[in-house]
Design a protein around this ligand. Sequence first.
Ligand SMILES: Nc1ncnc2[nH]cnc12
Ligand SMILES: [Mn+2]
Length: 586
Amino acid sequence: MSRALLRKVALGEAYADLVIQNGTLVNVMTRELQNNVDIAVKGDRIASIGKTDHLIGPGTNVVDATGKYVAPGLMDGHMHVESTMLSVTEFAKAALKKGTTAIVMDPHEIANVLGTEGVRLMHEEGKRLPLKVFTTFPSCVPATNDLEDAGANLNEEDIEEGLKWEDVIGLGEVMNFPGVVYNDSKMINEIEATMKADKIVTGHFPDGSNGMLQAYIASGVDSCHETVAKEQALEKARLGMHIMIREGSAWQDVKEVIKIITEEGIDSSNVSLVTDDIYPETLVEKGQLNHVVRRAIEEGVDPVVAIQMATINVARYFHIDKQFGSITPGKIADIILLDDLADVDASTVITNGEMIVSDQELVKEIPAYKYPEHARDTVKLQRALQPDDFNISTEQKGQVEINGIRIMENNARTAKMTATLPVTDHLINTDLEQDIVQLACVERHNGTGQISLAFAQGFGLKSGAVASTVAHDSHNLLVMGVNQQDMAFAANQLAESGGGMIVVEDGEVLAHVPMPIAGLMSDQPIEIVVEQVRALEKAWQQLGCTIHAPFMTFSLIALPVIPEIRISNRGLVDVTKFELMDVVKG
Ligand SMILES: Nc1ncnc2[nH]cnc12
Ligand SMILES: [Mn+2]
């Protein structure tokens, strides 16, 4: 849209294409609610704010916003589309209905399976959508240098190339924070290349000394979404880090971290709200970023401040606020109408000046996107697994001390667990009394046959087995169960299906969510995937698990960059020391 036309409309010398009348403007620039304000749109941009009756011509689309709030479209500054189990297109259809008009996705999940080609596929898919899809190019594939094996390795050259792509606005979360702090050349070169390209370096700093944190920030990394405690958030904010407060399906940090605003009263302009990882049911039942805004308001944040944290604050952090994030002349016309500021449910969504959602329904056809064959069939095992593959043996007799992983509901973190387990014929047994079951991580990208074995606690399984090729971030094949027959059955069934998530019991499949795109995403519409995931959740419960979204927590159990302890295809990882550790003590 030429700005000459915007000038004409602003001067009343040309008609608008769209006017939105009599709404209450959520002015994120001044933190005001301005009653009875009109907005004039020409083409894909906002032309003027104020009375618009004189701008209505024969072709002008008039939207009556009486009794409604008019806000900038919501912008999610850190999320992984793959975690929604949907393609970018299917995700966009659901997210637009919730008022999200822009995302900054970090496609390191597909990058761990398909490398740069995977990033390209999702980035290209995003270009075709009414949802603005910005990408931060994955910085850590695999997430750690020598603790795991992924399906690809991205090096500095890959990142320098990716940073040249249009709408790649930064570097993806720098998870290898010890690598940065202790001068790992790959990490330092990537960050330097990003800053040279005048793009944003996004972070991931769950734990570490103040010295490490300052070294990390001094290196050029200036945001984090992994903060779970108020004091840690204050420490990072005072050092200039942009704080991304996360509320996903299973990682729910708003309640605690929002206290930096509601209790400490710090300036909120360098704070934003993000989802990070949500699964389909959350998307449909609670919402997307609008749910995080709602949670912030529930915790006492002023609604206009909460909306700033999901609009202009995000745009400013990523240096795209000259185009996005506010309803002011010249900006892209991404606008939502809200019935009220507590629910944050968008009744109308406009992107690029075009009506996309009306009465909470899509009014624009969004064509499906077909992934090529090479992006499917990505689960490559050396051979079908046998029950004995999961034997964990020891020379010790009677019982043995082990190290294991304890998970916590709705928490991205895990805790080191030690326990005494019985030994029979040199094989270590599970112990359901202690809620300890067997866990395995099977390499699935190169058919190496590599498999690591461990124990997990906290899922409450009493029977059967589960498996998932969503296993952040290397996305090998995770298997967990009460008996080895079902573990082998679950793994083999899932591998043959091209990947996804599965629950089995006594040799029967109880539930299965096929995710043939890279073993990470379904190629089905959200309505089907939601039903499949609901059945999956029920099947987990049938095995005895009562925690919320267990498959989300399970899918994170292989992520060796969030404390305290994880499993990778190479073994048990002590994330507090970034080194492998033995399962059997002593
Ligand atoms: N919070 C997170 N940090 C790193 N990798 C992730 N993959 C999905 N969620 C993640
Ligand atoms: Mn992270």
